[in-house]
Design a protein around this ligand. Structure first.
Ligand code: CU
Length: 242
């Protein structure tokens, strides 16, 4: 190679090295942690249906109508309290769960101050078949800070998810709340409080939930023949698999 050729390739190497340094430097600069951070500037507040000032405002500040641009394609927000399970059909399975704060005795004889569901902890195991309409009436007897029931792992409509402050208000003492959903999964999960969870779940406000396989219409589930007569029992046919 000529000496000119050497000079050109040397300058090429220097330029390439500078370019790499610049890219690495800029990446580090923009990726570094900010010195301050405010959750108030995280994302934006979506107020659902645009208000009368929607056309006037341009910022992301709070207030009615401040959500312009963020609901493009949807004219209306849907309140989570409207995203519910079937409220009109007759439930296939129905439970009433009464929650109490009380001094209770465990199966091994130890006693503690905690929470019970229908008088025990864990509470009753709920059972249903996939596709059945399940109704659970939660009654708060005396839990001062309120409570909810969350169906851990189950896909349910958002408004039935039982997360206090997000999908519903906590159910106060003397109040009740009705949950309705059709399980889509065949699983064993659990239900638990989603209000002051660090105290209520640890304190025993929980129970099991078992969703059995769906049974085809008309299929015979069992045959019992005590003392010369027989009785075939068929499962109630699920109305619809959601
Ligand atoms: Cu959970």
């Amino acid at each position: 190679m000529t000496s000119r050729g050497h000079r050109v390739s040397r300058w090429g190497s220097v330029l390439a090295a500078l370019l790499i340094l610049a890219v690495v430097g800029l990446t580090v600069w923009f990726d570094r942690m900010p010195s301050t951070y405010s959750a108030m500037h995280m994302g934006y507040a979506d107020y659902g249906t645009p208000g009368p000032s929607a056309a006037a405002g341009a910022g992301h500040g709070p207030g009615p109508g401040a959500n312009q641009g963020h609901t493009a394609g949807s004219a209306h927000g849907i309140p989570v309290t409207e995203l519910l399970g079937d409220r009109s059909a007759r439930p296939d399975v129905s439970y009433t769960l009464v929650v109490r704060r009380e001094h209770t005795t465990l199966a091994d004889g130890r006693t503690f101050d905690g929470y019970t569901v229908n008088g025990s902890t864990p509470g009753p195991t709920l059972e249903a078949r996939r596709g059945q309409l399940v109704e659970v009436v939660l009654r708060n007897d005396n839990v001062a800070k309120g409570t909810t029931l969350h169906w851990h792992g189950l896909d349910v409509p958002s408004g039935e998810d039982g997360v206090a402050g997000v999908t519903q208000n906590a159910v106060g003492p003397g109040q009740q709340h009705v949950y309705r959903f059709r399980p889509k999964q065949e699983v064993t999960f659990w239900y638990h409080s989603h209000q002051v969870s660090h105290a209520q779940v640890v304190g025993g406000l929980l129970g099991g939930i078992v969703i059995h396989p769906w049974i085809a219409p008309g299929r015979v589930e069992g045959l019992i023949s005590p003392g010369g007569w027989s009785h075939a029992c068929t499962e109630e046919v699920p109305r619809r698999v959601a």
